[in-house]
Design a protein around this ligand. Sequence first.
Ligand code: ASP
Length: 212
Amino acid sequence: GGPALDAVEAAVRALEDHPRFNAGRGSVLTSDGTVEMDASIMDGHRLECGAVGAVPRVANPIALARRVLEDGRHVLLVGEGALGFARAIGMSDCPPEALLSDRQRRRWEAGARRAVEAEAEGTVGAVALDRRGTVAAATSTGGVWAKRPGRVGDSALIGCGTYANSSLGAVSCTGDGEAIIRVVLARRTLDYLKDAGDPRYAAQVAMELLGE
Ligand code: ASP
């Protein structure tokens, strides 16, 4: 009975809190050994959206993206500016070591040769449809292993990693962010859904586009 937006935020928060996933606690590390996270959330009713990119020291980036949405002035805040917004709205800093899971620390210590294996693993996302017919989508990630500090991927970009429009559907992506950005994958997938009316088919065509 609740709003789709609340459902996707709650689902993604739970996954961010779980150290198994590459989002929030458990995020992969940058080449400097730091954690910088991307997240975005969108409500398909009025196309309201919020996102954060390369944000450090935040326990739940999706909750911060939601607050960007609610604030309504901007869509995307990055880095120290996003952290400054978090502090301004009363979110307390998360110590960097609290974001670092044992698994990611061991991987970091094992060195860059593990990079390929670690890539594209465990980004989290959710989509939901509520009783009012509103759809919502949310995505959260630590990004790709050993990324350059300051790199922002598709998960922070509306239309690329996340999109929702109640007259079309909702999409959350995972995979190679640089490729996903190049084809604006989430929004394009909804075009396929509009044409075919079948989510499975739309996802399949979108994957073919990505491959191409
Ligand atoms: N799409 C994410 C990124 O490029 C990574 C992933 O989905 O695994 O940041």
